[in-house]
Design a protein around this ligand. Structure first.
Ligand code: ATP
Ligand code: MG
Length: 420
């Protein structure tokens, strides 16, 4: 071990497990690409104010979990704790909303940073794939995003996940509800922190996981009883579209989520095999965010799915992903001359699209065959100087042990056929 360790709350993605992470990112992004979402990449850090204004001063993400730093030039920056504010900032800065059709549909994949209490499924550095559809208010768009996430989970082979759905209302109806909820909360026996939260962001109290709080919330006014006609109608359409697409969901009137910017449709994807960190992804509509960060009115909707927790969910369900073989063929040269010639063959095989590795370092036959086994190669090609002088290599099927001489100039075609 070296003197250094990965910082608390972080871990290294290493082979072979790292292959599952790549496969998850790929599986989540594939349905998005088919649905017209374009790839966007934004910096790993942004102005602190983007998040404090966008995500909200009263959220845990901003008030407790943000990594902030001051540059030598005196600018304060934050490592990005989430993706939506950055993507919207980038869309506005690059005038994407003026250049093409609305909605602007974007997807992203990357690392996010939150100073959290580390535990299983909760890290200080984690990875998300996200999608945002910017500039259009249309329940079909909300439904589209939920369907694309569900299709991604299904494509991965996940079964034990659920979709929770709620509406948070809009600037017409939410303030009325907020006041009613605040009045209700004022009559409860809450700790100091929660009393303060009830003043700043009362909806978040509904999300409190503690039993002592949850017990007192029985009988609390529910937002769904306060939704204005427009919000009710909108939400009903989202629900109908999901049902028509065969997506099962559960109405969760207490689902509020931790970010201030959400309006109307809010949803979360939860998995049963993850213990208390049950959310594998979440999102919703954020019609007011653009104006909060100085842009024009751009009603938008999006989600972010956690890659780390999706991998944990796959493990919990015992799903084996179909990963491409890392090594189809392992080449074993016998002798110095064979080493150079056979490496030429390795390059040729690789260029032909065959995953090929080599016994480096002048290993003896026995050790080299051990390496071929460890690499889980389907075939080994073994060649000494005499074979090569005759223009052949010995092709060994690692499963059957069968060995045949194959002409060098027929090797690519032979292997392509056998591996097909
Ligand atoms: P939680 O309620 O578990 O804290 P959240 O509401 O903070 O989740 P979001 O901001 O909605 O999470 O992020 C979307 C997804 O990103 C989550 O559903 C989860 O899968 C993942 N995620 C969020 N925070 C972490 C973290 N600290 N470690 C690993 N994954 C995370
Ligand atoms: Mg959180």
């Amino acid at each position: 071990m070296s003197t250094f360790q990965a910082p608390k709350g972080t871990y290294d993605l290493i082979p072979p497990d790292s292959a599952a992470y790549l496969a998850v990112r790929e599986a989540i992004s594939a349905p998005l690409k088919r649905a017209g979402y374009g790839y966007i990449e934004t910096p790993g850090f942004e102005a602190v104010e983007l998040f404090s204004r966008g995500v909200g001063e009263s959220t845990d993400i901003v008030s407790k979990e943000m990594y902030t730093l001051t540059t030598k030039g005196g600018t304060t920056l934050a490592l990005r704790p989430e993706g939506t504010a950055s993507v919207l900032r980038a869309a506005l800065q690059n005038n994407l909303h003026k250049l093409g059709n609305l909605p602007v549909k974007l997807w992203y994949s990357g690392s996010y940073y939150r100073y959290e209490r580390p535990q299983a499924g909760r890290y200080r550095h984690f990875s998300q794939v996200g999608a945002e559809a910017i500039g259009t208010e249309d329940p079909v768009l909300d439904a589209e995003l939920i369907i694309l996430a569900v299709d991604a989970y299904k494509a991965l082979g996940l079964k034990n996940f659920r979709v929770l759905l709620n509406s948070l209302g809009d600037k017409e109806c939410r303030p009325v509800y907020r006041a009613a909820l605040q009045q209700f909360l004022a009559g409860l026996d809450l700790d100091e922190d929660t009393v303060r939260r009830a003043e700043i962001n009362p909806l978040r109290v509904l999300d409190d996981k503690r039993d002592a709080v949850q017990k007192q919330l029985t009988g609390a006014p529910m937002l769904r009883d306060y939704l204005c006609e427009a919000c009710k109608e909108y939400h009903e359409q989202v629900r109908e579209l999901l049902t028509a697409a065969g997506v099962a969901y559960e109405d969760d009137p207490k689902l509020v989520r931790g970010l201030d910017y959400y309006t109307r449709t809010t949803f979360e994807f939860v998995h049963g095999g993850l213990g208390s960190q049950s959310a594998v992804g979440g999102g919703g509509r954020y019609d007011g965010l653009s104006e909060m960060i100085g842009g024009p009115a751009l009603p938008s909707v999006g989600w972010a799915l956690g890659v780390d927790r999706t991998v944990l969910a796959l493990k919990a369900e015992g799903v084996e992903l179909e990963l491409p073989a890392t090594t189809d063929v392992f080449a074993v040269p016998l002798g110095e001359e064979a080493r150079r010639t056979l490496f030429g063959t390795v390059t040729e095989l690789r260029r032909a699209g065959i995953a090929t590795d080599f016994a480096f370092g002048g290993k003896g036959l026995k050790n080299a065959m051990k390496s071929a086994n460890r690499a889980d190669a389907r075939f080994a090609i073994v060649a000494g100087e005499r074979d090569l002088a005759e223009g052949v290599v010995q092709l060994k099927d690692m499963r059957s042990g069968e060995q045949t001489a194959v002409a060098l100039d027929a090797l690519v075609a032979t292997l392509q056929e056998k591996l097909a």
